[in-house]
Design a protein. Structure first.
Length: 71
């Protein structure tokens, strides 16, 4: 498969909505924005920013489920 689902990350953590989740990227606080989930071709992804911990992945999964209306 040449496409993946991507969830953007921002360093603007001033406000946290229910469809967002906190994450640490290279030692700095950030948040993933599940309301902006997208499909991207793997060739467009230039480099890996980091890797989410298991607890961060749970938060990301929760945010995606809320955004998609999955209970």
């Amino acid at each position: 498969m040449s496409r993946v689902q991507a969830v953007p990350v921002t360093s603007n953590t001033t406000k946290l909505y229910v469809f967002e989740s906190r994450i640490e990227v290279k030692g700095a606080q950030g948040k993933v924005m599940a309301d902006q989930i997208m499909t991207a071709d793997k060739q467009r992804l230039k480099k890996r920013t980091g890797k989410a911990s298991p607890s961060e992945m749970l938060g990301i999964a929760r945010a995606i489920k809320i955004q998609l209306g999955i209970t």
